[in-house]
Design a protein around this ligand. Structure first.
Ligand SMILES: [Zn+2]
Length: 237
């Protein structure tokens, strides 16, 4: 009983780590599609509902990046920050590329999204930085359950955002998914080993050659391949 419980814990711990690892890989390796345009209703809601929201400003543009295990919604509005810290909408006629307030909302995980987080930057110059994580050179970055890391040059020397706020349902289901996968691998490999030993007339438990005895003469395990012998032999003696 205690052993079964330890086994279960081991599989669940593996599942939890594995699903976090998979989410991290999807954060680092971008293989997906970009699109941009007017914010969708969902993106307006992201903007308004988020703790890092920008009260009083309508977002006017959004980029999205979607891959199987990662999603970024980047919602922006043109804003100028006055010397006294007040923010107002930047008039497009004055500056063709005004600084922007920008909210990056990320989620990651596979098969379900299991972590999310967000970043906000008040003075972001579009096209001057990587579009998937703010560049600190563009202004202060506020963080909500996400960090920004700089990748080494041999990788691609860009920035990546890593969200880490756990989503309950996604974490639970992903953990069970990978725990079950590992259990199936274990189960299949042990079943294959037992079948191979049976075929070679070796003890399934210790691989010692079995003769006609109902139990293994090496370790005492039952020999499933000798059913007839088991019943008749003791009587004949
Ligand atoms: Zn044996």
């Amino acid at each position: 009983m205690k052993r079964a419980f330890c086994k279960l814990l081991f599989f669940l711990a593996f599942g939890l780590l594995m699903q976090l690892g998979v989410a991290l890989v999807f954060c680092l390796v971008y293989v997906g599609t970009w699109s941009g345009g007017m914010p969708t209703e969902e993106e307006y809601n992201l903007w308004y509902d988020h703790p890092l929201n920008l009260p009083g400003y309508l977002p006017d543009y959004a980029w999205r990046f979607v891959s199987p295990g990662f999603r970024a919604n980047i919602v922006t509005t043109p804003v100028v920050v006055e010397p006294d810290g007040q923010r107002r909408i930047a008039p497009r006629s004055i500056d063709a590329l005004p600084a922007r307030e920008i909210l990056f909302v990320y989620s990651a995980g596979w098969p379900m999204r299991s972590v999310n987080g967000a970043l906000r930057q008040t003075a972001y110059t579009p096209y001057a930085a990587s579009p998937w994580a703010p560049d600190a050179a563009n202004g202060p970055v506020e963080k909500d359950k996400a960090i920004v890391i700089s990748l080494p040059e041999w990788f691609d020397s860009g920035h990546r955002a890593i969200p880490y706020g756990p989503l309950f349902l996604g974490t639970l289901l992903n953990t069970l998914f990978y725990a079950l996968l590992l259990w199936l691998l274990f189960f299949a490999s042990f079943a294959a080993r037992r079948a191979l030993r049976r075929k070679r007339r070796l003890c399934e438990m210790c691989a010692y050659p079995v003769g006609t005895s109902p139990v293994c003469t090496e370790c005492g395990a039952r020999v499933s391949g000798n059913p007839g012998v088991r019943v008749s032999q003791p009587r004949g003696e």
